[in-house]
Ligand binder design. Structure first.
Ligand code: 13P
Ligand code: SF4
Length: 307
């Protein structure tokens, strides 16, 4: 990625002139992640940065729901996304109208939604969660409301994986991540057979059989921290491919094995796209002002939760 040095330099110069920051998700390619990202991390980390950044412009190195979350938390700032088509199969699996129907069906139960949702879904939500804190959020809101069941939507696999770690009954939805749903337990059996001793880390959006066959599960940042702290000899990250490419420079001596899958939405964000985004002020992410206060409350409640 160092071959991209002139473009990286141009972006870093422009962003200083414009008082802009680039929030880059762990699935960005290495030239974005290492070359121009001011803050890099998982969905929770990026949301926290958006809330406290004092830059005037945020360029989201990530997908549309992440840019919307930034706008919800910092409505006075300009939020740019280099490609408006960078969606997410989870975010497109659920609408605000559907959440209203679910609430009618289960009156009195709190609604927890994954941050991988649109602003109209967040506006119908009591508290958001990410892969970093889903169990903690579910238990927190159940205790606060004095209930033993919680609606956790839209990711069916995250819901099942959370249900295994808590006594709270989880009411789920049928959404799935198109990247993580493709992994199966055979992938893990094959890699273990070929590389005895390999450490297997899997993202909680994977099916439960994959999580059961893994050694560790956690958010993208939790997986990255696991590798840099424990420095296993061989590791496989059951998630998006750029994760391994990005962690490798902080984990010398660790061998990263495959499989991995690409997220086509994340890969729409390119270095050239980020440059054009700053240069031509494109594409501005807007959220209906009527939705912002309620959506912000749901995200802020998550951010304010005790660690
Ligand atoms: P993290 O919050 O773990 O970074 O996950 C976001 C995501 O989109 C995973 O597919
Ligand atoms: Fe959405 Fe899955 Fe891509 Fe993450 S990896 S942005 S959950 S489609």
């Amino acid at each position: 990625w160092q071959l991209q040095a002139p473009l990286i330099h141009a972006i870093n110069t422009l962003k200083k002139e414009m008082n802009a920051v680039i929030l880059a998700h762990n699935y960005m390619t290495p030239e974005i992640f290492h070359g121009v990202g001011d803050y890099v991390g998982d969905s929770l980390g990026l949301a926290r940065e958006a809330a406290k950044s004092d830059a005037q412009i945020i360029v989201q190195g990530g997908v549309h729901f992440m840019a919307e979350t930034s706008k919800i938390l910092a409505p006075e700032k300009t939020v740019l996304i280099p490609d408006l088509r960078a969606g997410c199969s989870l975010a497109s699996s659920l609408t605000g109208e559907q959440v209203r129907l679910i609430k009618q069906r289960y009156p009195g139960l709190p609604v927890v939604t994954y941050v991988n949702t649109t602003a109209d879904v967040k506006a119908e939500t009591d508290i958001c969660c990410t892969s970093a804190n889903a169990v903690q959020v579910v238990e927190h809101i159940a205790a606060e409301w004095g209930v033993d069941s919680v609606i956790l939507i839209p990711d069916q696999f995250l819901a099942k994986n959370v249900a295994r770690q808590t006594d709270i009954k989880i009411i789920a939805w049928a959404g799935a991540c198109e990247v993580h749903e493709r992994f199966n337990a055979e992938d893990i059996a094959e890699v273990r057979a070929a590389h005895p001793g390999v450490v297997v880390l899997a993202h909680p959006e994977c099916p439960p059989e994959v999580i059961a066959a893994s050694d560790f599960t956690g958010s993208t940042t939790a997986m990255s921290d696991y590798v840099t702290h424990n420095k296993p000899k061989q590791v496989v990250l059951i998630t998006e491919c750029s994760m391994s490419d990005n962690v490798t420079s902080d984990a010398p001596g660790v061998e990263f094995l495959r499989p991995c899958n690409l997220c086509p939405h994340m890969k729409r964000i390119t270095l050239q796209g980020i440059y054009d985004s700053l240069r031509f002020h494109q594409y501005e992410v807007e959220v209906d002002p009527a939705l912002i206060p309620r959506a912000a409350l749901a995200v802020q409640r998550m951010i304010d939760m005790p660690p």
